[in-house]
Design a binder for this molecule. Structure first.
Ligand code: NAD
Length: 482
């Protein structure tokens, strides 16, 4: 393990846990000594971060691509750099308002007392991030945590080691280690990290590890935000404009080769539209990726274990009678590059791994339904997804799907886009997560909302204090009647 701060990479001490604890204690002491940073300091931090991200955008994209084997540079610039810059821009623009104490009204009997909500930094927060968008998913929570005035310890994923090393050096160049420290290491370090008595622990990753993180945090009563995964469905209504829908689904599925937490996982479409969907998907892939093997736009699967996992899903689906349609426009052989040609799996059995586990790759199962209610039931019989996509023009049907299914977020007649709207909370529900961030919700996630009552010099509180006499009885009568 190494904890990186102040521009040097220090070797692990004899006990990793001791070193982690020491870092946390240093950050906590610095936090208590300095108090909550004023607006100007937070804005300066965000501006420094923004300028540095802009300066190093190419280096970031290169590190990520080296980790993946091939990661589209454009995808990195859009989904890692642009999103982070947009997050900083939004926070910088609105931070003054977010930080301002919010006046709330008090009921008549408490007047002329007043009440307000104060937003306080929590102190030292831990952030654990995954490999699929290894820069963005570390930096976006960091932006929210810094905007809220916290100190941060960050543990990026070991599966993208070049990006993790890059982030460590990058942040060490921008912040002292008692402000932001990066911890490098794998699951064991992750587990030790999650056991630290943080003031808040923010985790992005799989549902299985999320459970462990929450158990570890419970020991310290550390509050958690868990940004998890799951199987995000796409439902096509009878009246969906099929061509546009398929293009959006194929795009959403193949971005980062399907290794996106909110990627469409599977499709439910009306009976009778299956063959048209398949033909349109063939065309959509050809338009986006005329070639796959040497195409820098088409991203590789991150490592051999995930590549084999996906192959196994498809083999099992085939063995259990599903029809597999390869969407490989130039009919290339993709061996060796850990690139997997997009595949449709038509009418898979319900009990196979492909239909139980989050796919996280360019494999798209499609199933048909007779009535929209069947599609809604199918979704509701499964753990609550992180995202849901509905395609259709009828507002009544759209609203029914949105009201009757529970998912972290949703986009209508589009995939993925709800994640980039800074004013929308981003997070899961049930098995797909706890809590949310982005924009003001992210600021609040990393803030304590302190409810404060301010008593006025002249007030009627004495009326309800002993010794209770006639006046108190009269007052009570009035209060109980209201
Ligand atoms: P993962 O759970 O394997 O790892 C995530 C992080 O947890 C890594 O940094 C890892 O080192 C650390 N970790 C591993 N074991 C740990 C432990 N016992 N205690 C504490 N930390 C530990 O997840 P992954 O494979 O990197 O990410 C893929 C998953 O993340 C998918 O399920 C995906 O849907 C989900 N995801 C969710 C979002 C979201 O915003 N909701 C975003 C991206 C990915």
């Amino acid at each position: 393990m190494s904890v990186v701060g102040a521009a040097v990479l220090r070797p692990a001490s004899s006990s990793a846990t001791d070193e982690l604890r020491a870092t946390l204690e240093r950050q906590r002491a610095a936090f208590l000594q300095a108090g909550p940073p004023p607006l100007a300091e937070r804005l300066a931090d965000l501006a420094r971060l923004k300028a540095a991200i802009r300066d190093r955008a190419d280096a970031i994209a290169e590190a990520i691509s080296a980790d993946f084997g091939n990661r589209s540079r454009h995808e990195s610039l859009i989904a890692e750099i642009f999103t982070a810059l947009a997050g900083i821009r939004h926070a910088s623009k609105h931070l003054a308002r977010w930080m301002r104490p919010k006046r709330v009204s008090v009921s008549l009997e408490l007047r002329p007392g007043r009440a307000r909500i104060l937003y306080q930094p929590l102190g030292v927060v831990g952030i654990i991030s995954p490999w699929n968008y290894p820069f963005q998913l570390a930096i976006m929570p960091l932006i929210a945590a810094l905007a809220a005035g916290n100190r941060v310890m960050l543990k990026p994923s070991e599966l993208t080691p070049r990006t993790a090393e890059f982030i460590a050096g990058f942040l060490a160049g921008l912040f002292p280690s008692d402000r932001v420290a990066t911890v490098l290491g794998g699951p064991e370090i992750g587990a030790a990290f999650a056991r630290l008595p943080f003031d808040h622990l923010f985790y992005t990753g799989s549902t299985a590890v999320g459970r462990l993180v929450m158990q570890a945090a419970a020991e310290n009563l550390t509050p958690v935000t868990l940004e998890l995964g799951g199987k995000s469905p796409c439902i096509l209504g009878e009246d969906a404009a099929l061509k546009g829908a398929v293009e959006s689904i194929v795009y959403g599925k193949l971005l980062n080769a399907g290794q996106t937490c909110i990627a469409p996982d599977y499709v439910l479409l009306p009976e009778g539209k299956r063959e048209e969907f398949i033909a349109l998907a063939q065309r959509a892939v050809k338009k986006l990726y005329p070639r796959l093997a040497a195409n820098p736009d088409y991203t590789s699967i991150v490592n051999e274990r995930h590549y084999q996992r996906l192959r196994h899903y498809v083999d099992e689906a085939k063995a259990r009678g599903a029809r597999i349609v390869e969407l490989n426009p130039a009919q290339e052989t993709l061996d060796g590059a850990r690139k997997l040609a997009p595949l449709l799996v038509v009418d898979p059995a319900e009990d196979i791994a492909l239909m139980r586990e989050e796919i996280f790759g360019p494999v798209l199962p499609i199933r048909t339904y007779r009535q929209l209610d069947e599609a809604i039931d199918y979704v509701n019989r499964r753990p609550r997804p992180l995202a849901l996509y509905y395609f259709g023009e009828d507002a009544g049907k759209r609203d029914k799907v949105l009201a009757r299914t529970i998912s972290g977020g949703a986009s209508v007649n589009e995939t993925l886009m709800h994640v980039v709207v800074e004013n929308l909370p981003f997070g899961g529900v049930g098995a797909s997560g706890i809590g949310a961030y982005h924009g003001e919700i992210g600021f609040q996630t990393f803030s304590h909302r302190k409810g404060v009552f301010l008593q006025s010099r002249f007030n009627g509180a004495w009326l309800l204090r002993p010794p209770f006499g006639r006046l108190s009885t009269l007052m009570l009568k009035l209060l109980l009647r209201r």
